[in-house]
Write a protein that binds this ligand. Structure first.
Ligand code: URP
Ligand code: ZN
Length: 465
């Protein structure tokens, strides 16, 4: 038998360990891995040069085409966003389809979740890499419940709710959504910050004219994050609904997730943090001001350490980016309350997290694969992704763990013209990225075609496995 491609001379990194060898690929699928003497002949041989060969990164939390089209947020085109992703070794993203939100007509305040999904799939036509969608619920509209079964059948198997912002929902409505998601065996993903606490803290700071960006974290305190997580988790476990805590930023919120997870099991309770919460702390606000403004905010260095501990203990599962592509002119402001939430970090997330986890803190490359590829794929029903197992999609990243570079926004593929990691020197760089056996990045340059990426219909994930 002859195959299309073999990647040779690599250190294969799985979620459980590393082994020297290669990967054979036919028709976009991994057909064999391991000892090269047992791999078939191939039309093309790619020499990994002794570097790491990992499953492609799966980022389950990106905002392309704007974090909130309801209010005409910034626009990360799929072409730019997926280029940034590919340069960062990301082969699949899960983006958000907002209830009723389209940029081409439908009224975001009345339209359906189906409208939002159809819109997001159209705009994703230009993606270089594969993508899935979360449904985002923004209104307490009971008509939603009739829509959900068919949406889940069509492969959108997770749904986002907010406890904050104008489109946050009440605990009562959230409980009803959890009941329905539980019946459908779907996943609830929740942004948890207590709205009234944040509004009150923000008002106190504004009243005192404390607009310096270093004051921003006090407007959205860690206990507000923990309080809302407690409420949401309480409702989720009552409903028997699979719950995934989004962008956990603090030790207090992680502790709440951990408590419920210990009591109700990982078959119901999971959580993520983001690259910026485990690699930066609130001192970044003194350095780059509102360019670092996201919600929840960056916390203390003790929180950073605690989040790493949670990842090590498997109390948090995933590291995502929550990528948002505002431009510098939209972000920069003298007073923090004049700057929108959300930061750009997708292109450098893998190198930044790898450098911090492996080189600075002594964790294994496998732990990076677990948090950034294997677990997000498994928790969100991406059966063919996040693994080097034969029979799955040949989504690979060849990663040089030793090559050092300084992050500069000049290299941004994203529509964002700054980087939250600007100036950071990291060891580890993406050399090649392959999606379903095709190069989308080769030798650090984008070679993929817009439109190659496909929508991935996700299964209802089984968290017992
Ligand atoms: O600051 C953030 N996280 N922006 C993106 C929208 C959200 O809050 O999830
Ligand atoms: Zn959020």
């Amino acid at each position: 038998m002859s195959v299309d491609t073999v990647v040779t001379n690599g250190t294969l990194v799985s979620s459980s360990g590393t082994v020297d060898g290669g990967v054979a690929i036919a028709d976009g699928t991994i057909v064999a891995v391991g000892d090269e003497s047992h791999l078939p002949a191939a039309a093309e041989t790619v020499d990994a040069g002794g570097r790491l060969v990992m499953p492609g990164i799966v980022d389950p939390h990106v905002h392309f085409d704007g974090p909130n089209p309801l209010f005409d947020g910034p626009r990360e085109t799929y072409e730019a966003g997926s280029e940034a992703a590919a340069l960062g070794g990301v082969t699949t993203v899960i983006d958000f389809a907002w209830q009723g939100a389209t940029r081409d007509g439908a009224d975001g305040r009345r339209g359906t979740l189906r409208d939002g999904i159809a819109y997001q799939k159209r705009t994703a036509d230009e993606s270089l890499i594969d993508y899935g969608l979360h449904g985002t619920i923004t209104r307490e509209d009971p008509d939603l419940f009739a829509e959900l079964p068919a949406i889940v059948d069509d492969g959108v198997t997770s749904f986002k709710l907010f406890t904050t912002y104008d489109w946050g929902v009440s605990n009562g409505f959230m409980g009803s959504v959890f009941d329905r998601l539980s019946e459908l065996d779907a996943v609830a993903i929740v942004h948890t910050e207590d709205e009234s606490v944040c509004a009150q803290r923000a008002a106190v700071l504004e009243e005192a004219d404390r607009g310096d960006p270093t004051e921003y974290p006090a407007s959205r305190p860690d206990y507000a994050e923990a309080m809302a997580a407690d409420d949401a988790l309480c409702l989720a476990v009552e409903a028997g609904c699979k719950y995934y805590g989004l962008h956990t930023s603090s030790e207090k919120a992680a502790a709440v997730i951990e408590r419920y997870r210990r009591e109700f099991g990982e078959e119901l309770v999971r959580g993520e943090t983001c690259t910026h919460y485990v690699t930066l702390d609130r001192s970044r606000y003194a350095e780059i001001g509102t360019l670092a403004q996201m919600a929840p905010p960056l916390r203390s260095s003790a929180d950073v350490d605690a989040l790493f501990e949670s990842l090590s203990r498997d109390d948090l599962d995933v590291v995502s980016t929550d990528h948002v592509a505002y431009r510098r002119d939209e972000k920069e402001a003298d007073d923090w309350w004049d700057s929108p939430y959300g930061v750009n970090g997708l292109q450098h997330s893998l190198p930044v997290f790898f450098d911090e986890a492996v080189h600075r803190r002594g964790h294994s490359p496998s732990s990076v694969v677990r948090a950034m590829a294997a677990r997000p794929a498994r928790l969100f029903g991406l059966e063919e992704k996040g693994t080097l197992e034969p029979g799955t999609d040949a989504d690979l990243v060849v990663f040089d763990p030793a090559a050092q570079y300084a992050i500069s926004a000049e290299d941004n593929a994203s529509e964002a013209d700054y980087s939250i990691y600007e100036g950071r020197s990291v060891r580890g760089t993406v050399v090649h990225t392959m999606v379903r056996g095709e190069f989308v990045v080769r030798d650090g340059r984008v070679v993929g075609d817009p439109g190659y990426g496909e929508f991935v219909a996700r299964t209802r994930p089984d968290w017992q496995r």
